[in-house]
Design a protein around this ligand. Structure first.
Ligand SMILES: C[S@@+](CC[C@H](N)C(=O)[O-])C[C@H]1O[C@@H](n2cnc3c(N)ncnc32)[C@H](O)[C@@H]1O
Length: 405
């Protein structure tokens, strides 16, 4: 079997992250105060985060979706404005997103290889990995995955196609990504009925008009067909409600198909390059427990905000190597019964309340966020209990955390 080698290839034992719990989030007070979440977001380099998680989760994960930087040698800013016209980039309000810069292909492979190895170790014997890349590096990754999983464990090479403008004039427009799917063993989860799709209307018409169509094999037209290994979903664009402004955000529908096919309700799934949190979001929506990790605070903040809609409690943990930008801007609040009111603060992206601050871990029992399209953050939060010792945490539009109380 061919093996990919490069001069710096190695699998050293990575240093483990030192994790501290930043917050426990009870969306709209759900589960507050007693529920112990089974869902976790981690801020930190996923190499050291996965290394520490091995102690608890080795051989435990049903499904991992991985959407790393693609080896594009670009920088991806995040859009933090609201209601801007997408056709006028000069007006966009931008902030740091994430970098995809490498000295050379060897340094990229030095990054990818140990992380894929850790993912392999974390997967359950029946587990599946979906690795999302494109033409920049998918060929190298496939050889690495052949080595780690065995080449017979390649379940699918999925092509995700989309369309959109491009400046390319001397080649065909590059409008697909490749998702490599490997299973850890020959016994794996594949819920075919959860991902069937309707037959094309022409197929339905053909079978309705001629009983001989299909050479006597009549498909179950009502049940729908097993999707092909090429998928069309539009990229997340300016008119989509799901858009967060975080760069290279993937469509929820794409990741829902991955999740529904390869995990069961109540299972444990993970995304260690979670960005805006699309995969944790669809996992929470469909009753799976999740682990999500990202190296940037903006990604974790965005994922945190998105997850509030699904109502599943989760923790936010931080590797002590990673820091959260802070601000000391003043916040002023008043309390009436179970309602806390914040004095108007136009620069806020979100704020939340711990009604019984213990001086150690922030337990968020109520949250308010800036609307997706336009407008300011709501000024009132209704709590599930009357506050005893109030602590407020807010995040500015620029991503700085403010804490008072
Ligand atoms: C392609 S984006 C993921 C987008 C995501 N699937 C979504 O829907 O928003 C890649 C992400 O990997 C993160 N990342 C890069 N290196 C990392 C590392 N060493 N540890 C954790 N996250 C990392 C980046 O910060 C970025 O958010």
């Amino acid at each position: 079997m061919p093996i990919l080698t490069w001069p710096t290839k190695s699998l050293k034992v990575p240093a483990s992250a030192r994790l501290t719990t930043e917050a426990v989030i009870f969306p709209n007070g759900r589960g507050y105060p007693a529920e112990s979440p089974k869902n976790h977001l981690f801020l930190g380099d996923n190499l050291s985060v996965m290394a520490v998680l091995l102690k608890q989760y080795e051989g435990c994960l049903d499904l991992i979706y991985a959407d790393p930087p693609f080896f594009t040698n670009k920088h991806y800013p995040a859009r933090i404005g609201r209601g801007e016209d997408s056709r006028h980039p000069e007006d966009w309000q931008l902030a740091d997103g994430y970098a995809d810069h490498w000295i050379d292909v060897d340094s990229y492979l030095d990054f990818l290889y140990p992380r894929l190895h850790l993912m392999y170790q974390l997967l359950a014997p029946h587990g599946t990995l979906y690795l999302h890349l494109d033409w920049h590096a998918d060929a190298y990754a496939r050889l690495i995955l052949d080595e780690l999983f065995g080449r017979e464990r390649l379940l699918n090479e999925i092509i995700w196609t989309y369309h959109g403008p491009s400046p390319i004039r001397r080649a065909f427009n590059r409008k697909h990504d490749t998702i490599l799917v490997y299973t850890k063993s020959s016994s794996y989860i594949f819920n075919v009925d959860a991902v069937r799709e309707p037959y094309h209307p022409n197929t339905v018409k053909t079978f309705a008009s001629s009983p001989k169509a299909g050479f006597g094999k009549i498909p179950n037209l009502k049940q729908g067909k097993v999707p092909e290994d090429w998928w069309y979903y539009p990229v997340v664009a300016r008119l989509h409600n799901e858009r967060t402004g975080y760069p290279t955000q993937k469509p929820e529908a794409l990741l829902e198909r991955v999740l529904l096919a390869s995990s069961n309700a109540g299972g444990l799934v993970a995304d260690f390059f979670c960005g805006s949190g699309t995969f944790p979001l669809v996992a929470a929506r469909h009753g799976r427990h999740f682990l999500g990790c990202d190296a940037t605070w903006r990604a974790i903040h965005t994922a945190h905000s998105r997850l509030l809609t699904e109502g599943q409690p989760f923790t936010i943990q931080r590797d002590l190597q990673s820091s959260i930008p802070t601000s000391t801007a003043p916040l002023s609040t008043s309390i009436s019964g179970k309602t806390v009111t914040l004095k108007k603060h136009p620069a806020l992206d979100s704020w939340e309340v711990d009604p019984a601050w213990d001086g150690k871990i922030f337990r968020s029992a109520g949250q308010a966020q800036r609307p997706n399209r336009s407008g300011e953050v709501p000024e009132k939060i209704k709590l599930p209990v009357a506050p005893e010792k109030l602590r407020i945490r807010a995040v500015t539009v620029n991503g700085e955390q403010i804490e008072t109380g």
